[in-house]
Design a protein around this ligand. Sequence first.
Ligand SMILES: [Mn+2]
Length: 195
Amino acid sequence: MRFGVINEALKGQTVCGDAYFIKEFENKVLIAVIDGLGHGSDAAVAANRAVEYLESHYEKSLTEIIKGCHEELKKTRGAAIGLALIDLDRSVLRYAGVGNIEARVRSRTTIRPVSVNGILGYNLRKVKEEEFPYNPGDLIILHSDGISGKFDFNLFPPEFLGQHPQTIAERIAAEFCRERDDFTIVVARQDKMEN
Ligand SMILES: [Mn+2]
């Protein structure tokens, strides 16, 4: 799997209140994007706490990870999270998210997983975990709300979407960054000739 990542602080801030986590293990890939509430150092503390939790609990189910992060973030400002787990053996993609993290998957059909409302560490009513079919070559994107939700795969030529995920991440960030928040985008794709 190849990845592209942009993780940038709001202009004028020295720390980014968004964070991300990518882990490849046992023929699975876990991708997380976390947006600490607001921006600046308190947001970064919340987002980084979630990353620390993920580093030691990435093998748990997405629902367990979200519930664990919720407990872990209770003394912080709180955060939004999006978690995508690609299971290469089962050819499925699972998604669970809380708050303003968007996920897009360009597969044979466009898949748009949904995050539930809430704030990790503050307000978590329910967790929804969805499962979709996954095919090698699918383009998977997770982004924080520093990237406008107006971005759509159809706005780009198909040749462009075949480029390296970092090139894709850079162009989406350049064209859809809101410039009044931290922003993070993770793009992932498994090229067909790879294992
Ligand atoms: Mn944000």
